[in-house]
Design a protein around this ligand. Sequence first.
Ligand code: SF4
Length: 217
Amino acid sequence: MSKEKERAAYILKALAAMYPDAHCELNHSGPFQLLIATILSAQTTDAHVNKVTPALFALAGDPAALAALAPETVENAIRSIGLYRNKAKNIMAACAMLARDFAGQVPQTRAELLRLPGVGRKTANVVLSVAFHQPALAVDTHVLRVAGRLELTAAAAPDKAEQDLMALWPPEAWIDAHHRLIWHGRRCCKARRPLCPQCRCRPYCRYEGLLFQARET
Ligand code: SF4
């Protein structure tokens, strides 16, 4: 095992000790709801999405029903989240495509998922890994930040970071790694003030020292 992989394995172990139960925090039941919730979660917190999805799913329980709603009805249901007009348009178009081209089912391949309006690589990876338990490592803003601070990747682009992380861990570790990096970013390695003294990754991380140096100079 290379030094980099050995280090990455230690970091994953430390994160597993901190977040043994890390999981997707978007409330959902089944692939359809997860897909819609994930599209809605772009640039919005999961907690915020969880506040609007119960009413939305009460209005429409499947893609055909959601696509048949009036646009204003969908907009009103999700109005409190960011970019709601665009997101309403995307989820309605995605649902129309699911009903028309996929017999109302969420497809289980990345290529098919990426055809759906509003679905990028991150959303496709979340659906593949959480709904269908396929090895995939979705990179969001938390994963990118934490992985960068821990020097698991130097990439600024999520797609490149995803490739770097997948090369460090075996496929069976990707799903847990994704959840644990997100939980770490939300709970400890926060964007503005990381809580380094309580972090089990501290022995493998130079970021706190670099921050300190930056403040001193
Ligand atoms: S030591 Fe600090 S910067 Fe490094 S991973 Fe932990 S919380 Fe983040």
